[in-house]
Design a protein around this ligand. Sequence first.
Ligand SMILES: Cc1cc2nc3c(=O)[nH]c(=O)nc-3n(C[C@H](O)[C@H](O)[C@H](O)COP(=O)(O)OP(=O)(O)OC[C@H]3O[C@@H](n4cnc5c(N)ncnc54)[C@H](O)[C@@H]3O)c2cc1C
Length: 341
Amino acid sequence: MIQHDVSLRGLNTFGLPSVAESYLPLRDLAQLESPHFRTTPALVLGGGSNLLLRENVPGLTVHVLLGGVQELGAAAGAGSGTGTDVHLRVGGGVDWNQLVRYTLDQGLAGMENLVLIPGTVGASPVQNIGAYGAEVADLITAVHVWEYGHGARTLRPDECDFGYRDSRFKKEPGRFLITAVDFRLQRNASSVNTSYGAIIAELERLGVDQATPADVALAVTNIRRSKLPDWFFLGNSGSFFKNPVVPKTTHERIQQDYPQAPSYPIDTDHVKLPAGWLIDRAGLRGARDGQVGTYAKQALVMVNHGGATGEDILAFSSRVQTTVLEKFGVNLEREVRLIGG
Ligand SMILES: Cc1cc2nc3c(=O)[nH]c(=O)nc-3n(C[C@H](O)[C@H](O)[C@H](O)COP(=O)(O)OP(=O)(O)OC[C@H]3O[C@@H](n4cnc5c(N)ncnc54)[C@H](O)[C@@H]3O)c2cc1C
């Protein structure tokens, strides 16, 4: 069952050369009773779309391939008055985008804004995936985990410490392996989330008046395809850095040179700055060092032009961090997780 010296090149969206010392595919919950799940592995691997892999991953890599989509039952929408709640339990290894497509085919609303995000269902709570005005935490009703050292457990959303691209699973790496996630969706929903300006503009362009979840998914798909590279052809991990949250005074200082500098309010004293804008204005959009660079259409995305290693990407990303720090006094924190040695 365990394999040794397994190449992970085809299992990460950067397409980085990396070798797992030991590799174990997890396809069945019964495997959790084996001695391999008594101690924390080096890496719990999903779709490899939020990882920066170095050339060697010592120790055990567990690849979560648990499947299954199960409807748990329907109930009148709690207080929403708009539709019927439908509860799904989905295996941690299910492909996220395939799940979104499945729910749309079933006439279920809730996941449409999160279409086309790569990766697995089991990883979706880890960084609380979000896009276009929606976050997965708003749909999650339970997270089923294998807690290393303890066993199987179910966590309620309030036990997951969800935040912006953050959760307990991210803060405590190695403690939990997510086996399945429960979601609450809606059948016959009468409204969709078009809070994100670009969605409204795209729906107008498509000539859609009363948008359905499928219309929103199409709009988001079009926007994403126009802005993000397809990792199959140009290796990348989506947003490489988090959007930094800074004191308002930092934004005001930046506005002295850039009056149009964008920001999003967080609380009375803090704002979020778009990291892509900072990298762009630091002159690094489309920049390239050997086989690594930033994407010409979106500076927040680092790309592997072919043949780069994790070390190459790390070195280039450090250059980006230093340049942005020197120019704006703002620290960029990596969103992707660095693995291996
Ligand atoms: C082109 C592109 C676009 C993207 N767009 C977005 C976006 O719009 N919004 C967004 O939020 N993200 C985005 N991402 C990032 C990425 O898709 C998400 O973070 C995704 O949830 C990662 O899933 P994965 O299965 O690939 O996880 P992996 O990369 O395999 O792992 C990521 C982390 O989760 C952990 N993990 C994985 N599976 C499990 C599990 N079953 N149990 C416990 N821990 C686990 C890993 O150990 C690791 O720490 C994008 C990435 C790419 C390449």
